[in-house]
Design a protein around this ligand. Structure first.
Ligand code: PRP
Ligand code: ADE
Length: 180
């Protein structure tokens, strides 16, 4: 299905002052309750990565899981879960970070990716980039190369995507909210 930016944006709800005063929260929940929107979003990534040489898809807890798992199924790639602290059994490595409205810690299981893996890292939204940088650091510590970071939404005013690109990692976002 052809990507229609206007249609996808019509499924993203802005909630002012949530979860904290001053935050314009971009709620993607309506995308998942709209089968056409969900298909349009997934198809856009399938189209972009079908012929790429990525070996793995990594995704970030929790909203990042929703599209990335379908994408991994479609592209027949292994999926690596980057989870919030305390959710993964066994030996893990962790990284704390700050995001637009708080602080948290991410973890991956040791050995979840091998040296030289070519990873597409997926999350739903890029704001300050704190979350993605923490995930990138964990994957790189395991020897992975981050081929590209992909998201549904970029908030360029918060600088995250620019910082990731400045670190020599390509960034692909389906849509952006800038200056509003
Ligand atoms: O670029 P940043 O400033 O780091 O912000 C982006 C992150 O914030 C949200 O995660 P949240 O921790 O709210 O998790 P959720 O997916 O579990 O709702 C979003 O899903 C991104 O992961
Ligand atoms: N403005 C925002 N809307 C939705 N998720 C976010 N994660 C970080 N900032 C966000």
């Amino acid at each position: 299905m052809l990507y229609d930016d206007f249609y996808v944006k019509s499924l993203i709800r802005t909630v002012e002052d949530w979860p904290k005063p001053g935050i314009s929260f971009r709620d993607i929940t309506p995308i998942f309750s709209d089968p056409k929107g969900m298909r349009m979003v997934v198809d856009a990534y399938v189209h972009r990565y079908i012929d790429s040489d990525i070996s793995h898809i990594a995704c970030i807890d929790a909203r990042g899981f929703l599209i990335a798992s379908v994408l991994a199924y479609e592209l027949r790639k292994p999926l690596i879960l980057v989870r919030k602290k305390g959710k993964l059994p066994g030996k893990t490595i962790s990284q704390s970070y700050a995001l637009e409205y708080g602080e948290a810690e991410l973890e991956i299981q040791e050995g979840s990716v091998h040296e030289g893996a070519q990873v597409l890292l997926f999350d739903d939204l890029i704001a300050t980039g704190g979350t993605l940088f923490a995930a990138m650091s964990l994957l790189k510590q395991q020897g992975a190369n981050i081929k590209e970071v992909a998201a549904i939404i970029d908030l360029p005013d918060l600088g995250g995507s620019q910082k990731i690109q400045a670190s020599e990692t390509p960034v692909f976002a389906l849509c952006a909210y800038e200056g509003d």
